[in-house]
Write a protein that binds this ligand. Structure first.
Ligand code: PPS
Ligand code: ADP
Length: 610
């Protein structure tokens, strides 16, 4: 479509507002507010030269969406046609005629099992997914997917998506939301979701919703990651970046793309000079590629000089808006030391005036004030300087490559190994249910609590009732009352038909830990106890709740799942602990039994092959 009008591409937030204005969702408003009005809600920031003129508003691909007349009125040109779930973007008029007489539920986060349960008796519903730029908890597309997954749990619910963007002001956002929801509902009932007392965890969602949330908010170790080294020429960026990449590749958890300054300049940025504008273009290109790598969960290691703070910030924003984490390493070796090294003879040439605009000599370097770690390599070995980076990375929770380092080598956990030999005597006090030789291809899972009379036997027997003999289960205690039978109180809550007659408590032993494929504990303290004494087993030790949360949303099964979870576990959290109900009354035992049962229902079936 050709037009002699000047074109302007609004920001993502403004594009969302434009869609609401054009669809009638903000009626009676039909145009952007004048930013000078005290009650202005939806505003459009036009460059000065376009103000007061007729302008064509286009999307980022240049598709004309609307004409903004000089008097501020809007004329719709084309509907936005692309974008995920476009078909669910209905105007209020379309939605009311498609779904008359339904109740309306505004949704701005993934719905929990409890919230969905409360909606079950509300009859026919429209879940109004309030997506839009700046949705704080989930990406817009994940919010729609999570809402569709919630609708699938309800007897009669449909989903309509509305691009309600956040304007950064809670009061203004609340007013806008009220207006938009009223426009959709017309006179029909609206049932808001009550505010939550606390943030839900993954186990609070039904499996379908949890899978969406998990994928959209990956644990730090699963997130895309950009490691960005900045510093003067000769400071040690490439040397440290290369050494770090070697470490990452040795560990084998992730693949790496290198975007080294010199290499990029020979390829992606061939032909660019060292003027300020060309350096900015060079860094933006690196940032763009790195952000795309991060968008797909990959890891990019960049090592250009990147002398300008503003361009580095742009790269950070590109990476973060692609869902990646940005880790900035300032290699702060002073210019005197870089010049002393002068590996490529460039400083000498720059001093002689043969290279213009040389960073640190005749062109500025703006030291970052937002670096995740600062390393001066002067007088230090590469290994030593690298350790600073590796330690800071591990502390950030983004990537831990300390385990394959020279200082603390830990043998990798041998998963999916060749068929295991028949397990040696697993327990100090073998019982009939545990004594038989372990089938080579069956997984062996051990539950651990303190005395092995209450929580862990409950886990063992309940898990067995969920998947039967497909998996071999046992339980042990860190401070076991060896030979005792199972606590009668919690036994009352065992699944129907499950008896505890054969059960006798057993203690942790080296053999038991070695032979298990997976060890699930009631509390973090039990896991710590085991890891302290059996450090080689650390990858297969989880708290039960941590395991259940980690495996939500993974499509893997059996040994592959255990191997994956060993690398990408969710961090431990205090609320994961299942506190000890032993001798604390029937009610506490029931609460523990119910929690264990639902965690097992989430975490144990994926261990079977099909
Ligand atoms: N004028 C000038 N200033 C700085 N550096 C120069 C210049 N001319 C060439 N070189 C060589 O180019 C490498 C830096 O390129 P970068 O792409 O990392 O620079 S920038 O980020 O675009 O500023 C840099 O490589 P490193 O030493 O690896 O940093 C230099 O070898
Ligand atoms: N601790 C250290 N860390 C990194 N490089 C060091 C260290 N000590 C000395 N060097 C030397 O400094 C030079 C750094 O060069 P390089 O890594 O190419 O820097 P840049 O990529 O920042 O231009 C190399 O010759 C390297 O051997």
């Amino acid at each position: 479509m050709s037009s002699s009008l000047p074109q302007h591409c609004p920001s993502p937030r403004e594009l969302d507002d434009l869609e609401l204005l054009l669809s009638g969702a903000l009626a009676p408003r039909t145009r952007f507010d004048d930013p000078r009005d005290a009650d202005a809600l939806v505003t459009l920031d036009l460059p000065e030269e376009l103000q007061g003129r007729a302008v064509e508003l286009v999307d980022p691909e240049g598709m004309p969406l609307a004409r903004l007349e000089a008097d501020g009125s809007l004329v719709a040109l084309t509907h936005a046609q692309y974008g995920p779930f476009r078909r669910l973007h209905l105007s209020p008029a379309q939605a009311r005629s498609s779904y008359p007489g339904r109740s309306w539920i505004p949704v701005d986060d993934a719905l929990t099992t409890e919230e969905i349960g409360r909606l079950r008796h509300r009859g026919a519903l429209v879940l109004l997914a309030l997506t839009g730029a700046g949705t704080p908890r989930l990406s817009p597309v994940a919010l729609v997917r999570a809402t569709l997954a919630a609708a699938a749990e309800l007897p009669d619910a449909v989903v309509v998506a509305v691009p309600l963007a956040s304007h950064g002001d809670p009061a203004a956002d609340a007013r806008l939301r009220e207006r938009v929801v009223a426009a959709y509902a017309g006179g029909d009932a609206v049932w808001p979701i009550p505010p939550r007392a606390e943030e839900p965890t993954l186990t609070d969602f039904p499996a379908g919703v949890a899978a969406v949330v998990r994928r959209d908010r990956p644990a730090p170790a699963e997130q895309g990651l950009v490691l960005f080294f900045t510093g003067l020429s000769g400071s040690g960026k490439s040397t440290l970046a290369r050494a770090l990449m070697d470490r990452i590749l040795e560990q084998g958890q992730r693949t790496v793309t290198s975007l080294d300054g010199d290499v990029v300049r020979r390829n992606l940025s061939a032909g660019l000079s060292f003027s300020k504008a060309d350096r900015e273009t060079n860094i933006r290109r690196i940032g763009w590629v790195a952000a795309e790598i991060a968008r797909h969960g990959g890891l990019a290691v960049c090592s250009p000089i990147a002398p300008f703070a503003e361009t580095r910030t742009e790269v950070r924003e590109m990476v973060e808006s692609a869902g990646g984490a940005f880790f900035l390493v300032h290699v702060a070796t002073p210019v005197e030391e870089c010049e002393r090294r002068d590996r490529k003879g460039l400083y000498a040439k720059a001093r002689r005036g043969e290279i213009p605009e040389f960073t640190g000599i005749s062109s500025p370097y703006e030291a970052p004030d937002d670096a995740s770690v600062v390393v001066d390599t002067t007088g230090r070995s590469v290994e030593d300087a690298l350790d600073d980076v590796i330690d800071a990375l591990a502390e950030s929770g983004l990537l831990d490559v300390r385990t394959s380092g020279s200082r603390s080598r830990v043998e990798p956990f041998p998963v999916a190994a060749a068929p295991a030999p028949a397990a040696p005597s697993l327990f100090a006090d073998p019982t009939p249910s545990r004594r038989g030789a372990r089938a080579a291809d069956r997984l062996s899972v051990i539950f651990v609590c303190t005395a092995n009379v209450c929580r862990s036997p409950f886990m063992e027997l309940t898990a067995q009732s969920i998947v039967g003999d497909a998996v071999e289960f046992a339980s042990i205690g860190t401070d076991a009352k060896v030979g005792r039978s199972m606590d009668a109180v919690i036994s009352e809550f065992l699944p129907q038909g499950v008896t505890n007659g054969h059960f006798r408590a057993a203690a942790v032993s080296e053999d038991a830990v070695d032979a298990a494929d997976l060890i699930l504990t009631a509390e973090a303290s039990h896991a710590d106890h085991l890891v302290e004494r059996h450090p080689r087993a650390f990858r297969k030790i989880f708290t039960l709740a941590q395991w259940a949360e980690t495996v939500q949303g993974s499509d893997l099964r059996g040994r592959e799942l255990i191997e994956w979870a060993g690398q990408y576990r969710v961090p431990r959290a205090p609320e994961h602990d299942i506190t000890d109900p032993y001798k604390r009354g029937r009610e506490r035992a029931q609460v523990a039994a119910q929690r264990i049962t639902s965690l097992l229902q989430a975490g144990i079936p994926p261990l079977t092959r099909d």
